[in-house]
Write a protein that binds this ligand. Sequence first.
Ligand code: NAD
Ligand code: UDP
Length: 348
Amino acid sequence: MKLLLTGGAGYIGSHTALLLLQRGYDVIIYDSFVNSSYKVINAIKSYLDADGIDYKLKTIKGDIRDKSSLDKIFKDSIKEGNAIHAVIHFAGLKSVSESVKYPLNYWDVNVCGTKNLLEIMKENECYSMVFSSSATIYGLTNSVPISEDQKISPINPYGKTKVAIENMLCDLFKSNMNKWKICSLRYFNPVGAHPSGLIGEDPIGIPSNLFPYITQVAIRRINLLKVFGDNWDTEDGSGVRDYIHIMDLSEGHIDAIGFLMSKESIYEVINLGSGKGYSVFQMIREFELSTGCEIPFLIEARRDGDVANNFADISKAENLLGWSPKRSLKQICIDGWNWQRNNPQGYT
Ligand code: NAD
Ligand code: UDP
């Protein structure tokens, strides 16, 4: 089966691509490399080569806003007699703070880019998509665990673009309910790395998320961690989140593709998380225990827009996809540290 992975060179896309290739899928990665490095492609290839796996991977540099370039990919595949069955649509911009500064850019890439892609898919009769949505679309006042039917109320432009895309996908499905097979996966907090240490998360500049910040403190690229508040209404006063191992998340995409292929037509939104909440202090402790690295920290004021407690109800993913996360917080720390230790400066 042939899949197009937009944004397939990014953090989540690269781990998913590697798994798909290992499992015999034919993969095209389409990426502008605006937030990724070509080195990730070489890392994927070297891992598969070392494993003696025969794989079919094509990488194309391009922007999802470029319709003619997208169209050519679909048409070339049809000409080769091996049409694209489905798209996993990872491509997009994902920084909350940047989206506040440059909202038009976020609407252009995320929303207009997705609209372009869907138009080209429709023209080329490819009707299946797994879309990267986000738990950031849930409102701040939801109760935990958060199920898919809870209130949607994004507070930043990034989250608003994800809601707009979900609405567009739902409208498209309703316009032709016999054809489209669409699954929006709402990720919670993807963290960790491939166990080989060859691919992992490589944020540009100072990380804004907790886990890559911790690994960069551990490698001494950053002096200490700032903990945003120790007076939250949680067991130890620090913020609680749902950290999901990147390999569990990647497996969720393969199950989502299998789910779509088993249906005549479908539209679903599905949470992907670990289903468990861990606090910042628990994360620091687990990282120190599993890696032996000390993480010095300082308590700072709360961060704007944060919530105390946020973790997923994953029963829908378990029931519909037959998926469940398998890896522990300890495994997240071990694999994340392995990647950071082997690549102190990331891909650069
Ligand atoms: P990432 O930035 O590592 O990957 C996104 C990829 O898309 C990058 O390789 C980037 O170069 C590419 N890209 C960006 N704009 C493009 C364009 N116009 N045309 C083609 N390619 C383009 O991000 P990620 O963490 O792998 O996230 C993948 C998706 O999952 C994104 O849509 C993101 O919003 C969503 N998501 C991520 C998280 C997270 O915490 N990582 C959480 C929820 C949702
Ligand atoms: N956090 C922190 N210091 C940091 C980054 C994050 O204390 O440098 C806290 C943050 O307040 C939240 C948790 O860690 O309670 C997870 O934050 P992250 O940004 O990784 O995920 P999100 O809040 O977007 O779910």
